[in-house]
Design a binder for this molecule. Structure first.
Ligand code: ADP
Length: 253
């Protein structure tokens, strides 16, 4: 595979009011492994607000406080990534996008040129929505849809969503003990796409619906999406490194 986008949610990055260092370390190791196989990796990272909150406990109920927390958290997040990547002699970079960048062909083209240049030089672009000035993510959703656009417009074959859930189930597995994981999904119904968002805590704004919307967008554009756990990276490792689909859900058209 030439190019892959990995998206990681706030849940995976933080725990008990602090950064989840072991999980982040495992994620960076995985990225180093993927890169060593000759695949270019773009990382889309949420977590600026959650990271800001580990430093200053502002009330997250207000949008302006969440914007402030994003401004505080983003440099912490990046310096942490830099730290972990440097152990593998990998350079990383920060790319903050506003969602409307993809509304203009000219802006998309310029952003892609920058991304291509970073990747040609072995650098990992770490993309986040510019939360402090664009509040879409803070109000509407996680980076799921942004990462689908990133995968399509920056020409990756596959988007991998690393979530707090290890697959897409036939019903919410946190509410139904008998929910069954789907291995391959080739079609998403309108009902599934329009269901109410069900984020599982205060940092997660997307829930499963924005993941399905991301998958639907990519399937319509002849790309694939893989949903797997960000807590236990074995399924994504099997899929990307060994080429074996054991756990996780593959959305393909
Ligand atoms: P993240 O922050 O990791 O990106 P979210 O917490 O926003 O993810 O969304 C995943 C959550 O969606 C799961 O923890 C689960 O509670 C909920 N969910 C609802 N319906 C389903 C389903 N059919 N399959 C999987 N997860 C579901």
């Amino acid at each position: 595979m030439k190019r892959v986008v990995l998206k990681v949610g706030s849940h995976v990055l933080t725990e008990n009011g602090g950064m989840a260092n072991d999980r982040i370390n495992a994620l960076i190791e995985l990225i180093a492994q993927i890169k060593s196989k000759g695949t270019e990796v773009i990382l889309v990272s949420s977590g600026a607000v959650a990271t800001g909150y580990t430093q200053l406990q502002l009330d997250r109920a207000s949008v302006s406080n969440r914007q402030a927390l994003a401004a505080i958290g983003q440099p912490f997040l990046l310096s942490m990534y830099q730290n972990f990547f440097s152990k593998h002699d990998i350079l990383c970079s920060q790319v903050l996008l506003s969602a409307d960048v993809f509304d203009s062909r000219k802006h998309t083209k310029h952003a892609k040129m920058a991304i291509d240049t970073l990747l040609e030089n072995g650098v990992v672009p770490i993309i986040n929505e510019n939360d402090t000035v664009s509040i879409d993510e803070l109000v509407f959703g996680d980076n799921d849809r942004l990462s689908a656009h990133v995968a399509y417009y920056f020409d990756a074959e596959l988007l991998v969503l690393l979530s707090d859930i290890d697959a897409y189930y036939d019903k919410d597995p946190n509410k139904h003990g008998d929910a069954k994981a789907k291995k391959i999904v080739v079609n998403i119904s309108d009902d599934e796409l329009n269901a109410t968002a069900t984020p599982s805590d205060k940092f997660a704004t997307g829930g499963i619906v924005t993941k399905l919307q991301a998958a639907d967008f990519l399937m319509r554009h002849d790309r694939e999406m893989f949903l797997a756990s960000g807590f236990d990276l074995n399924d994504v490792k099997d899929f990307l490194i060994k080429g074996e689909h054991v756990g996780g859900t593959l959305f393909k058209s």
